[in-house]
Design a protein around this ligand. Structure first.
Ligand code: NAD
Ligand code: DAU
Length: 335
């Protein structure tokens, strides 16, 4: 099996590559990543010399670069490549449209041209918008994105759907809730609060801190995508979630308590524009049809995550100082 994994130097993509290389030692993995600020090849140090792994630095918007990879013969594509941070999308929406919408179309076109057997679009529960106090996102829930990020992800999803309906392409879309775990870039809630608390810096909680997210350990997201890749019914959407709703302030308090830090570090700050109040996923379909079950519960998952950040201080300090961005040149030479 020859797999193209786009965005493989990011948080979930790198966890997925490590997961797949261990589980399927004979698969050939081609990681296409343009290395934005969020791409970090240090995440993949342990596989970088493996004969079944290849890294290609390229933008998914680059039609020629994609064609030259795909013409070698690719069995499946898993598209993780994206601009992924909501706050950045509020400041700079254009780049989100470019990668998350237009880049998806380039990948779909290359997949069609070279007869890829499965295309998996890694999407998000945010495309469904926001919930009130009750209810869950199901696969049939209408798409109603609220941020430029979620709107751009929804745009990508609609193109995937259109390629299925129009060209009968073998696609799946996955929509997962908030992930946490090793290698998450410290701009997202959990790693930001963790690294700030470890440095005794303030912990910026948006609004009243009562927005709710459903948290899933990243390895459980990887196992779900693995199942969808191999067994997902063509044309279907699968929701993935942890059944684990927490308010943001609960998360911050958990981290403070686990680290033995003072709650005086918490600072309530101005709310995010258009801040979605609550996300919650109904993952019945993937559980019933593909037999997926998460392995980690939040209590152990968060402890493992804290331990990982404590053990890998150098990893996040190199991000804070910007030094991680030299890794590509040191490893692969200047372009
Ligand atoms: P991330 O920001 O950590 O990583 C994104 C990766 O994509 C980076 O390595 C970046 O360099 C690469 N990339 C960006 N633009 C590119 C381009 N034009 N061409 C090639 N590579 C490009 O993101 P993540 O948190 O790992 O999320 C991965 C995917 O999963 C995204 O599609 C995101 O929408 C989706 N998702 C994330 C979560 C979450 O909680 N983090 C939950 C559900 C779905
Ligand atoms: O739901 C899936 C989505 O989860 C993914 O599609 C996105 O790629 C991923 O970034 C994540 O989006 P969120 O906006 O939910 O994640 P973030 O970590 O940015 O914020 C989580 C919550 O914490 C949100 O309610 C905003 C709040 N927050 C975040 C930051 C960074 C704070 O209160 N303070 C902060 O400093």
């Amino acid at each position: 099996m020859r797999l193209v994994i786009t965005g493989g130097a990011g948080f979930i993509g790198s966890n997925f590559i490590l997961y797949m290389m261990e589980k399927y030692p004979t698969y050939k993995i081609i990681n296409i990543d343009t290395l934005t600020y969020a791409g970090n090849l240090e995440n993949l140090k342990e596989v970088e010399n493996h004969s079944n792994y290849k890294f290609i630095k390229a933008d998914i918007n680059d039609v020629n670069a994609m064609n030259s990879v795909f013409q070698e013969g690719i069995d499946a594509v898993i598209n993780f490549a994206a601009e992924s941070h909501v706050d950045r999308s509020i400041l700079q929406p254009e780049v989100f449209v470019r990668t998350n919408v237009l880049g998806t179309q380039v990948l779909l076109e290359a997949s069609k041209k070279y007869n890829v057997s499965k295309y998996v679009q890694v999407s998000t529960d945010e495309v469904y918008g926001s919930l009130g106090k009750t209810g869950y996102f199901r696969e049939e829930t209408p798409i109603a994105p609220n941020s430029p990020y979620s709107a751009s992800k929804a745009g990508g999803d609609l193109l995937v759907r259109a390629y299925y309906e129009t060209y009968n392409m073998p696609v799946n879309i996955t929509r997962c809730s908030n992930n946490y775990g090793p290698y998450q870039f410290p701009e997202k809630l959990i790693p930001l609060m963790l690294t700030n608390a470890l440095d005794d810096r303030s912990l910026p909680v948006y609004g009243d801190g009562l927005n709710v997210r459903d948290w899933l350990y990243v390895e459980d997201h990887c196992s779900a995508i693995d199942l969808v890749l191999h067994e997902g019914k063509i044309g279907e959407v699968y929701n993935i979630g942890g059944n684990n709703e927490k308010t943001n302030i609960e998360i911050v308090n958990t981290l403070i308590n686990e680290l033995g830090k003072s709650s005086s570090l918490i600072k309530y700050v101005q709310d995010r524009l258009g801040h979605d109040r609550r996300y919650a996923i109904d993952a019945t379909k993937i559980t019933r049809d593909l037999g997926w079950k998460p392995k980690h519960n939040f209590n152990t998952g968060i402890k493992d995550t804290i331990e990982w950040y404590l053990k890998n201080k150098e990893w996040w300090e190199r991000i804070q100082s910007g030094k991680y961005q030299n890794y590509y040149e040191n490893r692969y030479g200047a372009l």
